[in-house]
Design a protein around this ligand. Structure first.
Ligand SMILES: *Cc1c(COP(=O)(O)O)cnc(C)c1O
Length: 377
């Protein structure tokens, strides 16, 4: 038996590499919160909200407990409830449609366009009914959905557009930042997002002052004045500790996003020079977009072979997402069937993620593409 050289594993996302150069600053932020012994709301949260709003080109930001709760909070403030329909993509993380169900409303799915994996604006209008109360485009993998036609349909039919920007903070469409184009945008600070906390966190950004005020009240059990409850909300607060850490990390976000874009270019060059170039589809940068590569997604007819080879070589990969939301057991009451969303179903079978994080090295990228080549040749 031949002994092959064992290489150091390459993770899908290396958060240790991100921490190392900024550890001192993060530790100082944590210590400041510890010293204050004020863990709920306070100036760290207000300061981070101000910074994040400005970063997202929005007038207001409401920090909250997670990206999932950000969707819930925004939909609550928009008054979504039983009898309402909300349109979104079946090719997204569960939370997008989960928030709709949690409010007793009905999710209507619209298939994706295969190049960008986002909701297909051409199929949107026929899904709108008299009950439609919101459209939620998801800016999947870090690239913004085709917002102009989506906003146009929304305007014409009187339906607000809520952006699920959990994977897209800092991404742009004609210079407009993710979250700034619709009635509001939701963000997630889950550790593996481009701006990740040291735990859960989320935010809603908006230019609508009245909506922001509603969300601030809903976030603290509907009490604008303590113990005086005008509406039923929840505990959707952003931890002070997370806000302090995220303020530090936000200063690096543009550099990190630029580094991810550089790695995407490198992957494209390495793959196009490989003998398997014709057997794999690399991410398309659509016109007018600034893609921030939360994930670098490739497509292949023999995707499962890629998963096997990567596993055997210690290279991180994942399938986002293996099952369309229309086929999830918990949504069977919605009445969808296999075959209803062919582009989503194809993407579920054909795509997987390559390692992508700002500190990825050229050597690591070469090893990844070598493994991809071995899998697809
Ligand atoms: C991560 C994510 C969410 C949920 O965010 P959490 O902070 O994990 O609750 C929602 N939508 C999309 C598209 C996501 O990727």
């Amino acid at each position: 038996m031949s002994v092959s050289t064992v290489k150091t594993p390459i993770p899908l996302c290396d958060l240790r590499a991100q921490l190392a150069p900024i550890r001192g600053e993060i530790q100082a932020a944590i210590d400041a919160v510890l010293d204050s012994q004020a863990f709920i709301m306070g100036p760290h949260v207000a300061e981070f909200e101000k910074q994040a709003a400005a970063y997202c080109q929005c007038a207001h930001a409401v920090g909250c407990s997670s990206g999932s709760d950000a969707l819930l909070l925004a939909l609550m403030a928009m008054g979504i409830g039983p009898g309402d329909e909300v349109i979104t993509s079946p090719f997204t993380f569960f939370a997008t449609a989960g928030a709709v169900s949690r409010l007793g409303a009905k999710t209507i799915f619209v298939d994706i366009e295969p190049a960008g994996f986002n909701i297909d604006p051409g199929r949107l209008e026929s899904a709108i009914t008299a009950r439609t109360r919101a459209i939620i485009p998801v800016h999947l993998f870090g690239q913004i959905a085709d917002m102009d036609p989506i906003l146009e349909v929304g305007r014409r039919r009187g339906v607000p557009v809520l952006e699920d920007a959990a994977q897209a903070i800092g991404s742009e469409y004609d210079g407009r930042r993710a979250g700034s184009m619709g009635i509001a945008g939701t963000l997630s600070f889950f550790p593996s997002k481009n701006l990740g906390g040291i735990g859960d966190g989320g935010m809603v950004v908006t230019n609508d002052a009245a909506l922001a005020e509603k969300m601030r009240v809903l976030r603290v059990h509907g009490a604008k004045t303590k113990y005086i409850h005008t509406v039923v909300g929840g505990n959707f607060r952003l931890d002070t500790l997370q806000a302090a850490v995220l303020s530090v990390k936000l200063r690096y976000l543009d550099r990190w996003n630029a580094a991810r874009r550089g790695h995407a270019d490198t992957y494209r060059k390495l793959i196009s020079a490989s003998p398997i170039a014709a057997n794999v589809v690399v991410p398309t940068e659509l016109p007018r977009r600034y893609h921030i590569y939360n994930q670098f997604i490739v497509r292949s007819a023999i995707r499962d072979r890629v998963l096997e080879v990567f596993k055997s070589r210690g290279i991180g990969t994942a399938v986002y997402y293996p099952v369309g939301l229309h086929m999830q057991e918990c949504f069977k009451d919605l009445g969808y069937r296999q075959g209803d969303f062919p582009e989503t179903e194809k993407a579920c079978l054909q795509t997987c993620a390559l390692p992508m994080f700002p500190e990825l090295t050229e050597t690591q990228q070469a090893d990844v593409v070598e493994a991809l080549t071995a899998a697809l040749k």
